[in-house]
Write a protein of this length. Structure first.
Length: 64
């Protein structure tokens, strides 16, 4: 993990070509796939995953 990135555990609610709708138990938020640092091939709706995101995005989306 890059020190400027943060890992968050979220549930995948919905997926589009360019974004994921995730739920971290405090609410649902759209995350652009272009900002996800993990190298996942696919995401499964209903699964919980750990995403590595830039720190600035975590602040902006209210994860931290």
């Amino acid at each position: 993990m890059n020190k400027e990135n943060i890992e968050i555990c979220v549930g995948i609610k919905r997926e589009t070509e360019k974004a994921l709708l995730v739920d971290d138990s405090s609410g649902e938020v759209w995350i652009p796939k272009s900002q996800i640092q993990n190298d996942a091939e696919e995401y499964i709706v209903g699964e919980n995953v750990v995403l590595e995101l830039p720190e600035w995005l975590c602040f902006e989306k209210g994860f931290i």
